[in-house]
Design a protein around this ligand. Structure first.
Ligand code: ADP
Ligand code: MG
Length: 459
C-alpha cells in the first residue's frame, strides 16, 4: 500500500465515525435524507471531497450541515482544512450544466490554522479575565504566577501547576492566561482543554489507530493548558500518552500549564515519574478563601449587577458562605434576580429565606464540638472544661469565646448552645457573647485571637 492510500483508508474510516456522530446528533430521519446520501469521493492535500446526486441536496447540505460535518471531522483529524461537496458526475445528467465540481471549491468555506486550534481547544469564557479576578492572600501566588506566564516572552517556569479545591478559580486563571497571551500576540497558538477531553480524544485515536494524528495536533502549539488532570489518574494508557506529550513539549520549551485539585505529590493514581515531573516547575496553590477575599469578591461582583445589594448583606454572605466562589456567585445571582422581580431592595430576612439551602450547607461545616475543640487547643485547656463547672478566668474566658463562636458560626439557638456547654442557661450564653464582643472592641490582640479562630474554623 502506498502511504497515500493508507491515508485514504484512514480518512474513510474517519468519515464513518463522523457520520455516526452526526446521526446521533440530528436523528435518523434527517440523517437519512441529508447525510447518508453523501458519498466519499476523495481526500487530497487536506481537502475532503464528498458528493451528492443533485444540486438541491448539495445546497441544503452546505447550508445546514457543512459546519457540523467540519467540526466533527476536525475532532477526528485536525489536518482536514477544507470539505467540499460536489454533485456527482454519474448522477448529474439532469443538471449537468449546473454541475458543480472542483471549480467552485471555495463555496465550501475554508478554514485556516487558527480555526483548527480553536476547534481542539475548548471555548474560553470571556468573563474569565485577569481584571475580573479578585486577588487576596489565599490566591495571590497563583495569580502572580499566572500573570507572569502570560506576560513572559520566554518560559519562566515549566510547567506551571495550579491546584486548589473546587470553585476557587483555577479554570478562571487558565482562561485569563489564554486571553492575555492572545491579546499580546494573536499568532501564538494556545490550546486549553480539560484532561477529560484530552483523554476522550486520545482513546478515540487509539481505537481508530491514528495516534500519530493525535500527537500531530500538539506539535505546533505554543502553550498547552490541561485543566483538572486528576481526571486522568489511573487511566494508564492516557497517562502514558499525556506524559509523552508533556515531555516532548517541555523539551521544545513550550509552556505547559496544568491544574488539579491536589498538589502533584498528593495526586493519587498518577505514576511516580509523572508526579515528580509535574512538580518541576512552579507549583502554586489556591487556599480556601478567607473572609476578606470573600467580601472583596462579593463587592466586585455585586457592582456588576443591576440590583443593589447592601453592604451589610454582602458582609452577612461573606460570613456565612465559606465554601467557594461559585456558591458566592450563585447566592448573589439569586438575590439579584429576586430583587428585580419584586422591584425593591432586599433585606436580611429575605436573604435568609432565599438562601436557606446554601446557608445550611455552609453552616454544617462548623459545629459546636469542633469549635470547642479548636478553642480548647488554642487556649491550651482541656476540652472537658468547656462543659465543666470551673469558673477560673483561664477556663471561663475560652469557654465564653467558644460560646460566642457557636452563636456566630452555627445556626444553633441560645438554649441549645447553653446545653452543650454543661447545661448552662441561655442567659449565660448571652452574657458570654456580649462580653466577648466588648473585649474584641477593647483589646486588639484578643480580637486578633478570635479572628484567627474564625479563620481556622471556616477554612
Ligand atoms: P475551579 O476551576 O477552581 O473549580 P473556577 O475557575 O471555575 O473554579 O471558578 C468558579 C467561579 O468562581 C467562576 O465563575 C469564577 O469566575 C469565579 N471566581 C473564582 N475565583 C475568583 C476570584 N478570585 N475573583 C473573581 N471570581 C472568581
Ligand atoms: Mg475548573
Amino acid at each position: 500500500m502506498k502511504p497515500q492510500d493508507k491515508n485514504l483508508v484512514e480518512i474513510q474510516a474517519q468519515w464513518v465515525t463522523v457520520r455516526g456522530r452526526i446521526r446521533q446528533k440530528i436523528g435518523d430521519a434527517q440523517f437519512k435524507s441529508w447525510i447518508k446520501v453523501l458519498v466519499f469521493e476523495d481526500y487530497d492535500d487536506h481537502k475532503v471531497t464528498l458528493s451528492v446526486s443533485s444540486n438541491f441536496i448539495r445546497t441544503r447540505v452546505i447550508e445546514q450541515y457543512l459546519d457540523i460535518i467540519k467540526s466533527y471531522w476536525l475532532v477526528e483529524n485536525l489536518k482536514i482544512n477544507d470539505i467540499q461537496i460536489i454533485v456527482s458526475k454519474k448522477d448529474s445528467s439532469k443538471d449537468s450544466k449546473k454541475s458543480v465540481g472542483y471549480s467552485q471549491k471555495n463555496e465550501a468555506k475554508n478554514f485556516n490554522d487558527q480555526d483548527v486550534f480553536k476547534s481542539i481547544s475548548s471555548d474560553l469564557d470571556s468573563r474569565f479575565t485577569f481584571s475580573n479576578f479578585i486577588v487576596g492572600k489565599p490566591n495571590e501566588l497563583a495569580f502572580a504566577a499566572a500573570r507572569r506566564v502570560s506576560e513572559a516572552k520566554d518560559v519562566p517556569f515549566n510547567p506551571l501547576f495550579l491546584y486548589g479545591g473546587v470553585g476557587l478559580g483555577k479554570t478562571h486563571l487558565m482562561h485569563a492566561i489564554a486571553h492575555e497571551i492572545k491579546k499580546r500576540n494573536p499568532l501564538r497558538r494556545v490550546i486549553y482543554m480539560s484532561a477529560e477531553k484530552f483523554m476522550y480524544h486520545f482513546i478515540k485515536a487509539l481505537r481508530f489507530k491514528n495516534t500519530v494524528a493525535f500527537k500531530e495536533q500538539f506539535r505546533n502549539v505554543d502553550v498547552l493548558m490541561i485543566d483538572d488532570v486528576q481526571f486522568i489518574s489511573g487511566k494508564d494508557s492516557t497517562q502514558e500518552e499525556f506524559f509523552h506529550t508533556f515531555n516532548a513539549l517541555i523539551d521544545q520549551n513550550k509552556q505547559l500549564i496544568i491544574s488539579a485539585d491536589k498538589s502533584p505529590q498528593d495526586l493519587e493514581g498518577i505514576e511516580e515519574r509523572m508526579r515528580s515531573r509535574l512538580g518541576w516547575g512552579l507549583v502554586a496553590d489556591i487556599h480556601p478563601l478567607n473572609y476578606e477575599l470573600r467580601l472583596g469578591i462579593l463587592q466586585a461582583k455585586s457592582e456588576k449587577l443591576t440590583a443593589k445589594i447592601s453592604e451589610n448583606i454582602l458582609e452577612f454572605l461573606a460570613h456565612k458562605i465559606t465554601t467557594n466562589v461559585r456558591e458566592l456567585e450563585g447566592a448573589l445571582n439569586r438575590l439579584s434576580a429576586f430583587s428585580s422581580l419584586i422591584g425593591s431592595e432586599i433585606n436580611l430576612d429575605m436573604v435568609q429565606d432565599l438562601l436557606k439551602d446554601l446557608l445550611k450547607s455552609s453552616q454544617k461545616k462548623v459545629n459546636i464540638e469542633e469549635i470547642q475543640k479548636k478553642v480548647s487547643q488554642h487556649f491550651n485547656i482541656k476540652m472537658s472544661d468547656m462543659s465543666s463547672a470551673r469558673r477560673s478566668r483561664t477556663v471561663a474566658r475560652p469557654r465564653q469565646v467558644a460560646m460566642y463562636l457557636s452563636k456566630n458560626l452555627t445556626s444553633r439557638s441560645l438554649p441549645e448552645i447553653g446545653r452543650r456547654f454543661g447545661n448552662r442557661d441561655h442567659t449565660t450564653v448571652i452574657h458570654a457573647v456580649r462580653k466577648v464582643e466588648e473585649l474584641m472592641n477593647k483589646d486588639a490582640s484578643f480580637d486578633e485571637d478570635v479572628q484567627l479562630l474564625i479563620r481556622m474554623l471556616e477554612s
